[in-house]
Write a protein that binds this ligand. Structure first.
Ligand SMILES: *Cc1c(COP(=O)(O)O)cnc(C)c1O
Length: 396
């Protein structure tokens, strides 16, 4: 099938929830992908921060083959070796002491919300409310879209679950003022806002939230679904800020392209989850977890994290250079290989023109071009991609 035929099928049979570009990607290698008509693209989207190791990484393929031959699924009625091992590796490398596995970012946040409710009932005298931030993104289930501080995500879904409110991101005073002594149980934030336009807060913000939570006995939850697993050049984004949460959620890059999410927590919180309190049929399944182990190993020992730091600098410097040449570029910000370039115009057309010229790039929050390429990307590929972008910007 070619692009046109696949587009026709999608439009006829698939639920109409996405505004898609009129191409179908059918093959990938490293930081490159090909569409059904054979056209090659440089991939600066990486499945929206999922394909941290790019496409067709040998370690990922090996882990899939190995586990597929052994065992695909058994259920959490039994112990699952790759799940237990992955939990140990995540705890060894983070603040956490326990891990609940699921299949997506929304589910990881849903688990964090449910754990907060249980903990609140047990230890906080029945407090249940979760404060999050405007322009955040936490997922599309009813609870997580209610935590998400964007009207467009919630429109049409009333009545929404109770127990969620928002404060402006980066504003410690506003968060403090929003706390309801009778109801608030936790503060939920992304250490760097992804969908909200790659917003990097001041160190003092996250540190202040930690202090606030400690003073008031609240839980601090970090949603690292997008910025966790090496994206920022450290395994977890919170490591940049010298602050540890009580709960953290992960997904996107964790499964190397397979659906895998997790909620990590300190033991004092995690113990509020007892047998029967929460569950997921596929959560922590052998295949996804074996790939998760391979991804983690490749990040830490295989040099992908180091490459991310190096290429992050290359990308950032190059974008700063572009900023000095184009008055339409307002700001460049980010960490590691999540970088946002804010324009003074709608980025939609830029994205379309880049695509025609062979570069896949994403725009979020209307005006922010978001660079989230595979962490294994090379300097030549960055140069080539930015060459395309520069030509597109110069035409405007
Ligand atoms: C993508 C994302 C989610 C939702 O993840 P899904 O796997 O799409 O459910 C939640 N939080 C953040 C910060 C994200 O970027």
């Amino acid at each position: 099938m070619n692009n046109r035929q696949i587009v026709k099928l999608t439009e006829r049979y698939v639920a109409n929830t996405y505004a898609r570009y009129p191409i179908a990607l059918v093959r990938g290698k490293g930081a490159r992908v090909w569409d059904a008509d054979g056209k090659e693209y440089l991939d600066f989207v990486g499945g929206i921060a999922v394909n941290a190791l790019g496409h067709g990484h040998p370690a990922v393929m090996r882990a899939i083959r190995q586990q597929a031959a052994r065992l695909l699924h058994v259920s959490n009625l039994y112990h699952i070796a790759p799940q237990s091992e992955l939990a140990r590796e995540l705890c060894r490398r983070s603040f956490a002491e326990r891990v609940f596995f699921c299949n997506s970012g929304a589910e990881a946040n849903e688990a964090a919300i449910k754990l907060t409710r249980r903990y609140g009932a047990e230890w906080l005298g029945g407090k249940y409310e979760i404060l999050s931030t405007y322009n955040s993104f936490h997922g599309r289930t009813l609870a997580t879209l209610t935590a998400t501080g964007q009207e467009k995500v919630r429109a049409g879904y009333d009545p929404l679950p109770a127990g969620f409110r928002q404060a402006p991101y980066g504003d410690l005073k506003a968060m403090e003022a929003a706390i309801d002594e009778e109801k608030t149980a936790a503060i939920l934030v992304e250490p760097i806002q992804g969908e909200g336009g790659v917003v990097v807060p001041d160190k003092s913000y996250l540190q202040g939230l930690r202090e606030l939570c400690d003073q008031k006995g609240l839980l601090l939850i970090f949603d690292e679904v997008q910025v966790g697993m090496g994206r920022t050049g450290k395994l977890f984004a919170y490591e940049h800020f010298g602050v540890e949460p009580d709960i953290m959620t992960l997904a996107k890059a964790m499964g190397g392209g397979l659906p895998l999410g997790a909620m990590l927590a300190k033991e004092k919180v995690a113990r509020s989850f007892v047998p029967g309190a929460h569950a997921s049929t596929f959560g922590g399944n052998p295949l996804a977890c074996n790939v998760g182990l391979a991804v983690l190993k490749t990040l830490v020992q295989g040099g992908a994290l180091k490459n991310c730091v190096k290429m992050g600098k290359v990308l950032f410097q190059a974008l700063l250079g572009m900023k000095s040449r184009f008055s339409s570029i307002r700001d460049v910000r980010g960490k590691g290989l999540i970088v946002g370039m804010e324009l003074d115009l709608d980025g939609t057309r830029i994205v379309e023109e880049c695509m025609k010229a062979g570069l896949l790039i994403n725009c979020t929050a209307h005006k922010v071009l978001r660079f989230i390429p595979p962490l294994i990307i090379g300097e030549k590929e960055i140069e080539r991609g930015l060459g395309i972008l520069e030509k597109v910007l110069a035409r405007r």
